[in-house]
Design a protein around this ligand. Structure first.
Ligand SMILES: Cc1cc2nc3c(=O)[nH]c(=O)nc-3n(C[C@H](O)[C@H](O)[C@H](O)COP(=O)(O)O)c2cc1C
Length: 430
């Protein structure tokens, strides 16, 4: 069996607002109901988690204006964290992962916030750790410039150490709740952490008590060398944005090797691959749908290239879209993504058209044929599951929850039910 998640690529944002099947856009934007419906549907489907992307910036790098950000609405983000308890309140099993930036949250704030959420959600919260790769976002928090790529990961490793030390600042048996003796907790089992690192200091202990998971699930997606090392060391689940089954396999093998070198159990982290299945009642219809989506992308290429400007903090509107993809592999933003495209030797236009970032393998067909391919690819790659990356519309959710998931379940490759109490336990159950 493998695990399933959904990557909400524009977080608590604006999905498909002027497209077909986007529902009641006016009232859905900023309203939690769409995401509550999504959580209940994905729980019906047996999903492990929903992961909400996030960022703290309205970019104006592309063309030097806010036009590409504001006109499409694509970079508008509400803070995803207040959504978490609303989603878990409407469900009983599914895990909810919210993104936070190790560069912007002090570890004490993050440890306390996610410990609190662990209680509120009864053990179903996770944090997606990002280091943030955008200069304007850094400036929003008062920093002058982008912290260099590898240093961000150095800081992030230390950040995780502080957060985990704070989560462990109460021993397992510290809370007594002894009503007869009037002792809530044993003070000898609560400790300062006195963390003094290169980047962070924290005294501790936390003034919350440990939640049901004790350590909320940690998710991570950076694919550069230091990004993978960070994921192997700290994450419980890793999102792999790769191309093709060979890269899927290589990614899982790489994480296994890194975990073993660190003396950690390779099975203690679940590697999920991004996919965007295109499904219809027949293979032919699905192919036509895929072509229509490609045509729509071709007609709106500037919107896609604006995404590259954002990822790299470089104005791509100045580049010739029909020239080879520039070598920005050492940019201080998203390194692995840019390397992939530069390596392919394609023009910018071809890269946009042919290299869907959220498609580890192309899945176009009926729910049954797609389910079969997913099983075959996973058998080969040896990974732990897939993360659906599609715009959040009720139609897409239904296709996955009521079309694909039953086909996967029929093949016996996804869970028939949730056996454990917490997100962490369900994720690590197999
Ligand atoms: C599936 C996926 C989800 C991501 N979600 C976020 C996010 O929510 N916020 C963010 O700032 N970066 C996000 N990133 C960016 C990563 O954290 C990382 O910065 C990026 O992949 C580049 O990593 P690298 O420099 O290690 O290659 C995401 C990346 C991927 C592939």
């Amino acid at each position: 069996m493998f695990h399933m998640g959904w990557f909400m690529g524009t977080g608590f944002g604006v999905y498909n607002w002027n497209q077909r099947w986007s529902g009641n856009v006016g009232s859905d934007v900023g309203n939690p109901q769409l995401f509550i419906d999504m959580a209940t549907s994905l729980e019906r489907a047996g999903f492990d988690y929903m992961m909400m992307e996030d960022s703290s910036v309205l970019p104006n790098v592309h063309g030097g204006t806010f036009e590409s950000s504001v006109k499409s609405g694509g970079t508008i983000r509400f803070d995803p964290i207040p959504l978490v308890p609303l989603l878990t309140n409407a469900t009983r099993h599914i895990g909810i992962v919210a993104t936070i930036s190790t560069s912007f949250y002090h570890p004490f704030m993050a440890a306390r916030l996610f410990s609190t959420l662990d209680h509120i959600t009864e053990g179903r919260v996770g944090m997606n750790l990002v280091t943030s790769s955008n200069k304007s976002a850094m400036q929003n928090y008062g920093l002058k410039d982008l912290i260099p790529h590898d240093e961000r990961y150095d800081r992030a490793n230390e950040w995780v150490d502080v957060v985990k030390a704070l989560w462990d600042s109460w021993d397992e048996d510290a809370v007594l709740m002894d009503e007869a003796q009037g002792v809530f907790a044993d003070h000898t089992k609560v400790h300062t952490v006195d963390f003094e690192g290169k980047y962070y200091r924290s005294r501790g202990p936390l003034n919350t008590i440990p939640g049901p998971q004790r350590h909320p699930v940690i998710c991570q997606a950076g694919g550069s060398d230091v990004g993978r090392q960070f994921g192997a060391r700290n994450a419980d689940t890793i999102i792999a944005a790769v191309k093709g089954v060979e890269e899927m396999k290589a990614y899982r093998d790489d994480i296994t090797a890194r975990r073993e070198a660190l003396g950690l159990d390779p099975n203690g982290v679940k590697v999920l691959y991004l996919v965007s299945p295109i499904m219809a009642d027949s293979k032919g219809e699905a192919e036509a749908k895929d072509q229509a989506m490609k045509d729509a992308t071709a007609a709106n290429i500037d919107a896609q290239v604006a995404g590259f400007s954002y990822f790299t903090s470089t104005d791509w509107s100045k580049f010739d879209y029909d020239a080879p993809f520039p070598d920005l592999s050492k940019n201080e933003g998203h390194q692995s993504t840019m390397n992939d495209w530069a390596r392919s030797g394609a023009t910018i236009r071809e890269a946009v058209m042919n290299h869907r970032t959220q498609e580890s393998v192309r899945l176009v067909g009926t729910p049954e044929s797609v389910a079969q391919e997913m099983e075959e690819h996973m058998d080969y790659a040896g990974g732990d599951g897939y993360l659906i990356a599609m715009p959040v519309t009720r139609k897409n959710i239904t296709e996955i929850a009521d079309g694909l998931a039953p086909a996967l379940r029929q093949r016996g490759v996804i869970r028939p039910s949730y056996d454990k109490a917490t997100f962490r336990e369900n994720l690590l159950a197999y």
